[in-house]
Design a protein around this ligand. Structure first.
Ligand SMILES: Cc1cc2nc3c(=O)[nH]c(=O)nc-3n(C[C@H](O)[C@H](O)[C@H](O)COP(=O)(O)O)c2cc1C
Length: 178
């Protein structure tokens, strides 16, 4: 697990290779096992492999989503906010599990933030995604996780360079990290 976390990086360039159904199934099963507050499971997932749809989704927001048009797979993470006041936490945990599971299967992935983001015209990215995929109004859209076989390589995190100053032991005390 430590090795997996250390080597996971956001991958935004993908090979022209489909993600096998077996791998998609493992990723989805993993997401469905994500913990959620009071086991409310407010999340739902939309698996998108249609290239036209992925292209459409890539313009759901301003900046930082364009690369989705080059991905063979996008998993849209939505949640029924009426089911849980902490749906953002629940859906974020599921999204992270999706990313780590993808990485464990030699796939690269990147989170595309949708919630609280807007397109060039000021229309909410959530609205654009809902419209593109026929998602009912009651659902909030947290993010799209773009997934595919990596066509770029990034260095793993280095243990020596982690921001240890962010960690405090027993109580908040700046000197702890010095
Ligand atoms: C909540 C969240 C939102 C993010 N939104 C985007 C995004 O919209 N577009 C993007 O390209 N990357 C996005 N990222 C990826 C971050 O830019 C990336 O995780 C960060 O730069 C650290 O790089 P690493 O993932 O390679 O460790 C997001 C990550 C998180 C956790």
């Amino acid at each position: 697990m430590f090795d997996l976390v250390k080597t996971r990086r956001s991958i935004r360039k993908y090979l022209e290779k489909e993600v096998e159904k077996e791998k998609i199934d493992v990723i989805i099963k993993s997401a469905l096992m994500a913990p959620s507050s009071r086991r409310r499971r407010p999340w739902e997932f939309i698996v998108v492999t249609d290239r036209e749809k992925l292209k459409e989704l890539s313009s759901c927001r301003e900046h930082s989503a364009k690369f989705l048009e080059g991905a063979p797979l996008g998993i849209v993470v939505i949640a029924d906010s009426a089911k849980s006041d902490v749906w953002v936490c629940d859906a974020s945990i599921a999204s992270t599990i999706i990313q780590l599971t993808a990485h464990s299967l030699d796939l690269g992935s990147c989170w595309i933030q949708v919630h609280k983001r807007f397109d060039e015209e000021g229309i909410s990215a959530e609205e654009n995604v809902r419209k593109a995929l026929g998602i009912p109004e009651k659902y909030s859209v947290l993010c799209v996780i773009a997934i595919g076989y990596p066509d770029e390589s990034k260095k793993p995190y280095e243990e020596e360079n982690l921001p240890y100053e962010k960690v405090h032991y027993e109580r908040y005390d700046k000197e702890d990290a010095e």
